[in-house]
Each structure stands twice: as structure tokens, then as C-alpha cells.
Write a protein that binds this ligand. Structure first.
Ligand SMILES: Cc1cc2nc3c(=O)[nH]c(=O)nc-3n(C[C@H](O)[C@H](O)[C@H](O)COP(=O)(O)OP(=O)(O)OC[C@H]3O[C@@H](n4cnc5c(N)ncnc54)[C@H](O)[C@@H]3O)c2cc1C
Length: 419
């Protein structure tokens, strides 16, 4: 086989590595080129909902996920006064055939990378190759790289190039040069992990408060990390601010910038300021996204994951939609052959669908349950939640999001596999 028959994947993040495994499953050769010299388990927690876990299960990764992540049992919403607003079961507890997992992003990337190296070979992920440009002709693509020092590195030929290079995608900028920087949503996030005893069921995804006064997202991402039975608990503090934080996934955050908003959150189910103060480390990041694009595919080149549809992280769908893109694309290439026609089919199936997720994350993601309660209660404690808003209205917000994002239980069960 000559090199130019390979599909070239740009970026070894969640999307790029899932694509490599899926192409391998479809019998299609590929190679991944990653900008950083060494892949390290960076980031904090992410959630994988049943539609994404279905895809990872079909890749044979369920045992590895079960050995590493926490199976989420329920989603649970509180006010900033610690009052229960709404709860619903999640994953297999909600009757899905596939669980929901809360997992460290680094753990997920490590599982995917190890599996790619084991199944495809050690030489299939090439690090220290930052894509700087891609050119295409009738027969294939030529990809140009630089190394970590910024010096040019040898170019490679391939059949197609799939840009899985995240929110700062070089190929997205090439196709949409006037788009501008990612759009700030008016909310900053401080993210951390803390070693802590199990909270509530020990498998709860907790959302509390509201963005105007301070909102927290809290869930465990590793079980039994020591002899005392502590968990690694992921938390995100979110607050409205005119001033966006810098867009750097590894930028350190400062307690004094956000802790005051949560100083009085001493609830019978959790002491929130104590959890925050005990964090191993704190990172800050602005909530950003981009307007949906009209198309991702340009001949032999297409976009996938955050490169295609960066979204504000308010629906646990950033990694999930990247995984589904990868599976859908591999399915199109298997069914239609390796060429531009398959990329067009992928475009038709995924551009509008993910655009709807981006827009719903802006307007009515699951946590808008908390906005409704905050606005109707005036931010003051209530006697009974039913006096503020009927449960059916909150359930409708949750159910609508499931339909838009592709994990409505019936629709998910009846959808044929991509591969
Ligand atoms: C370091 C890091 C930490 C993150 N932490 C979190 C987090 O804590 N919580 C959260 O919700 N999301 C986090 N994310 C984003 C999250 O992983 C994505 O939203 C989601 O998983 C979609 O994955 P993706 O593969 O599209 O993009 P990403 O996971 O962002 O992966 C993109 C990959 O492409 C590589 N790359 C970038 N430019 C080039 C180039 N020119 N050539 C070759 N390779 C390139 C990057 O190094 C990266 O490995 C993080 C992303 C990164 C890169």
C-alpha cells in the first residue's frame, strides 16, 4: 500500500482518535498527525451520554470505560440555596441500553490512544506534527507540517484529510478566513478536581444555582481512589462576566476570582466552598462557541468535532458529538468508498444536526431548568418547587434536548448502527 491511500487525520483528540479506531474497524487505512510532541492526559471531567457510549461500545471499549470512569446514575438540579429542583435517572438507570459515563478527559484520551496503538500499530499516531496547510488535487491531498520549534517538517500525501484539530482549527480558518475568534458567551468557567467522599448517590451529576449569581456543575470521575473510598470529583464554577478569560485549556485560575460567589453554599448534602478550596488545581476557560457553518466538506477535506462545531459546554455534548461525527464519517466512507462523495454524505448528515445542538446549547440546554426556576422564584427560597414551576415543564426542557442532541431513548434505540 502506498502512503497516498491513507486517510490523514489531523489531531489526536477525542474526535481524531475515535475516527482512527472507526476507520480501522471499517478496514480503511489511516494515520493521525498530532501537533504536540507528547500526548499528556490534560483537561478535567467530561460526560459521555448514552448516544456516545453506544458508539464506544460498538468499538469494544465498554470494559475499559467501566474500569476507569463512573457510571452516572442520575442528573440532579438544585438552587443556589441548595433546594432540590428536579431529578431524573441517567444512562442504564433511565432504561437506556448504554450507560452514561463521567470521566476525566485525559483518561478517555488515554484509553483511545492505547487502543489505536494496540489495534493499528505504534506508528499510526505521529506526534510533533502541527498541520499548517493542506492542498488538494484530483488524486489526493498534500499536508504540510511544522514541528514544535516552528521549523517546517516533511509533507505527506493522502487520499483525504480530516481536520480534527479542535477549536483553533487551521483548516476551518482556511475555509472561513473572515469568521473571527470564537464567540464569547458572557460566561467564564473555573474547573477543578478534588479528592472527596462520595456526594449524594456517589454517581450523581449535580447542577446548582444560576449563571447570574454563580452556578456549579459537580460530578465524580474516578471511583475509590484511596483506602478511604474517596472519589475524584470534578467541578465547574460558572459565572457571568463582561471580561472573557483567556482561551487556553491549561490556564490556571485564581480562587479569589470566583470563590466569593459560592462562599455561603453550605448545604446538608455538600459544603461547596470546602470542596473548591480542597482542589488539586484550578483551571479557567471562557465559555465560547462559533456560529454553525453552512458546510464542512471542501472536496477531499472536511472538519470533525470542535473544529466543525465548537459549542458551549452546557449539554455534555462536546466530546459526544465529536465521537458521533467520527462514527458517521467512517460509515459513509465504508458504504460509499474513500472519496469526496462520502465526505458530502457526511456533511449532509451532520452539519445541520450539530448546528442545532450548538444553537440549543446557547438557548435551552438542560441547565435552562435552573434559569426558569431562578427567574420565577426571583432567586429566593421556595416552600414547594411545584408552586414555582410544574415538573412537566422542566421535564420538557430535558426531553427536548435529548431529541436535538440524538439521545431520545426511542430514537436512539431504533437508529441503525453507523458501522
Ligand atoms: C488540552 C485540552 C484540554 C481540554 N480540556 C477539556 C475539559 O476539561 N473539559 C471539556 O469539556 N473539554 C475539554 N477540551 C475540549 C474537548 O476535548 C473537546 O471539546 C471535545 O472532546 C471534542 O474533541 P476534538 O477531538 O474535536 O477536539 P480536542 O479534544 O480539542 O482535540 C484536538 C486535537 O488536535 C490537536 N491539534 C490542534 N491543532 C493542530 C494542528 N494544527 N495539527 C495537528 N494537531 C492539532 C490538539 O493538540 C488536540 O490534541 C480540552 C481540549 C484540549 C485540547
Amino acid at each position: 500500500m502506498s502512503d497516498h491511500e491513507e486517510i490523514i487525520i489531523l489531531g489526536a483528540g477525542i474526535g481524531g482518535l475515535t475516527l482512527a479506531l472507526s476507520l480501522h474497524q471499517a478496514g480503511i487505512p489511516c494515520r493521525v498527525y498530532e501537533a504536540v510532541p507528547e500526548l499528556k492526559p490534560l483537561g478535567v471531567g467530561i460526560n459521555l451520554l448514552p448516544h456516545a457510549v453506544r458508539e464506544l461500545t460498538e468499538l469494544g471499549l465498554l470494559p475499559a470505560l467501566d474500569a476507569t470512569a463512573v457510571r452516572t446514575k442520575e442528573a440532579i438540579f438544585f438552587t443556589e440555596h441548595g433546594q432540590l429542583v428536579f431529578t431524573e435517572p441517567a444512562g442504564t438507570s433511565a432504561g437506556y441500553d448504554w450507560p452514561q459515563f463521567s470521566i476525566h478527559r485525559g483518561d478517555l484520551q488515554t484509553i483511545l490512544l492505547a487502543t489505536v496503538r494496540e489495534r493499528l500499530g505504534m506508528d499510526r499516531v505521529v506526534c510533533d506534527r502541527r498541520c499548517v496547510d493542506v492542498e488538494q488535487d484530483e488524486a489526493g491531498v498534500t499536508v504540510f507540517f511544522s514541528d514544535a520549534s516552528g521549523a517546517p517538517a516533511a509533507s505527506v500525501r493522502g487520499s483525504l484529510a480530516i481536520a480534527c484539530d479542535g477549536i483553533h482549527s487551521v483548516m476551518r480558518k482556511k475555509f472561513y478566513p473572515d469568521e473571527g475568534a470564537p464567540r464569547y458567551s458572557g460566561v467564564n468557567m473555573w474547573r477543578g478536581v478534588t479528592r472527596w467522599k462520595p456526594i449524594l448517590s456517589g454517581a450523581s451529576m449535580i447542577r446548582a444555582g444560576w449563571l447570574a449569581v454563580g452556578k456549579m456543575v459537580i460530578y465524580p470521575i474516578r471511583d475509590s481512589i484511596d483506602a478511604e473510598g474517596n472519589q475524584l470529583v470534578n467541578w465547574v464554577a460558572e459565572m457571568e462576566s463582561d471580561q472573557p478569560a483567556q482561551r487556553d485549556w491549561s490556564r490556571e485560575g485564581r480562587l479569589e476570582d470566583f470563590l466569593p460567589a459560592f462562599e455561603n453554599w453550605h448545604f446538608d448534602w455538600l459544603d461547596v466552598p470546602a470542596l473548591i478550596r480542597s482542589a488539586d488545581s484550578i483551571l479557567e476557560y471562557p465559555m465560547v462557541d462559533q456560529d454553525p457553518l453552512p458546510r464542512w466538506t471542501h472536496g477531499r477535506i472536511t472538519l470533525l468535532g470542535d473544529a466543525a462545531h465548537p459549542m458551549v459546554p452546557r449539554g455534555s455534548n462536546g466530546a459526544g458529538q465529536a465521537i458521533i461525527d467520527a462514527r458517521c464519517l467512517a460509515g459513509c466512507l465504508k458504504n460509499e468508498g474513500v472519496g469526496p462523495a462520502a465526505l458530502e454524505s457526511y456533511d449532509r448528515e451532520r452539519v445541520e444536526a450539530t448546528g442545532n445542538v450548538v444553537l440549543t446549547n446557547r438557548r435551552t440546554p438542560p441547565d435552562s431548568i435552573l434559569r426558569v426556576v431562578y427567574e420565577r422564584s426571583g432567586g429566593t427560597p421556595f416552600e414547594k418547587i411545584d408552586d414555582v414551576v410544574p415538573r412537566s415543564e422542566l421535564q420538557a426542557i430535558s426531553d427536548n434536548y435529548k431529541r436535538v442532541a440524538g439521545y431520545d431513548p426511542e430514537l436512539l434505540k431504533s437508529r441503525p448502527s453507523y458501522l
